[in-house]
Design a protein around this ligand. Structure first.
Ligand code: SF4
Length: 356
């Protein structure tokens, strides 16, 4: 049995097991007692080792240990992006004309408390059925507009190597598919899963990308950085998505350090997601205006490519959430605000046809 499978078998699924790692607070204990039957939970031994045993505000701990606040969320819904309404085939989400997300796994090494797919994700469970897979391939084959396929879940990398390669290979051979991507949090929550053998197999299907998910600099341990390094060393580019979470990363300083350390690990910060109005996540949500302010504080103060695009995902696609640097037009100039607040008037004559 490989190391990572062995590690998964020792995952934490009971309060007693969790107490071997941390001293539970009353809120966490009540969370564990009350969420059963409503929300799943589970933590890989590796990710648990990153939690501060005595500090309930530890950003790693907040992401994965259930709290009673999850049961008090009047606004949250189970499927805020209405993904099920956008699924022509079960588990295949088609929102943009040229892209689909295919949820091929319902298993994750660690169950994030803010997971968008918590309605379908399990810590122990099944991957997609063969019949569902075939329906997905057929839909992609019959839809020539699709050029980009994201394999997601759950975490597709919890499948055996051969199975992942078979699925990636089948999609890769569809003539109009230009790009296959996998979304996986394993580099962050189970870095032992990222073996050289897995990377070698995936690198055969270029262009191939991996999108991962780090939310806090504390997660960028030597093990996680080495896992990302193995992927990149095999010629697979990596992007990172982060969810903006109250009490985890809701400050410009934390986002700056995260972006810079991701870049140092050769992972490009890609999206910063506004936390969805998802059941059980009221205590994580940050006001959009604060998120925009963090982005404003980052601009000009770190490398541009260390700054992700802040977005709100909606049932109709992602909406960029940007600070408005373009103030106004003044005659043949456009008035801009620079990162430091200085105003710049850029010549920008209106072209004659437009004047007409
Ligand atoms: S790793 Fe991703 S899919 Fe899995 S529980 Fe976390 S957010 Fe959800």
């Amino acid at each position: 049995m490989s190391d990572w499978v062995q590690e998964l078998h020792s995952s934490i699924h009971t309060a007693e097991q969790l107490e071997n790692h941390i001293t539970l607070t009353p809120e966490e204990r009540a969370g564990l007692e009350n969420i059963e039957g409503t929300f799943n939970w589970g933590i890989s031994p590796y990710y648990a080792s990153l939690m501060d045993p005595d500090d309930p505000s530890c950003p790693v701990r907040r992401q994965v240990v259930p709290r009673i606040e999850e049961m008090h969320d009047e606004l949250g819904v189970w499927d805020p992006l209405k993904e099920e309404d956008h699924s022509p085939v079960e588990n295949l989400i088609h929102v943009y004309p040229d892209r689909v997300a295919f949820c091929i796994s319902s298993i994750c090494p660690t169950f994030c408390r803010f997971c968008l797919r918590k309605r379908m994700v399990e810590t122990f469970g099944n991957s997609i059925s063969e019949e569902n897979l075939q329906e997905g391939y057929e839909y992609i084959r019959n839809t020539p507009a699709i050029r980009d396929v994201l394999l997601t879940g759950g975490d597709p990398l919890l499948m055996p190597d051969e199975r992942i390669e078979e699925i990636v290979g089948k999609i890769h051979e569809i003539p109009h598919v230009q790009l296959v991507r996998i979304g996986s949090r394993s580099p962050c929550t189970l870095p032992s899963r990222i073996t050289d053998e897995l990377c070698e197999r995936l690198a055969r299907y270029q262009p191939f990308w991996i999108n991962t998910h780090f939310n806090h600099p504390k997660e960028l341990t030597p093990e996680a950085v080495a896992a990302c390094g193995r992927i990149v060393d095999h010629g697979i580019p990596m992007g990172n998505q982060t969810v903006l979470l109250k009490g985890v990363n809701d400050s410009a300083a934390v986002l700056k350090e995260l972006g810079e350390r991701l870049v140092a690990a050769r992972v490009r910060p890609y999206y910063l997601y506004q936390c969805q109005v998802l059941k059980g996540t009221a205590h994580f949500r940050v006001e959009v205006e604060r998120g925009v302010q963090f982005m404003r504080e980052l601009r000009g103060r770190t490398s541009g490519f260390a700054i992700p695009q802040y977005v709100l995902d909606t049932p109709y696609g992602k909406v960029p959430l940007n600070y408005q640097y373009m103030r106004k037009r003044e005659g043949d100039h456009v008035v801009l605000e620079t990162f430091s607040g200085k105003i710049w008037r850029e010549p920008n004559p209106v072209c004659t046809p437009c004047k007409a």
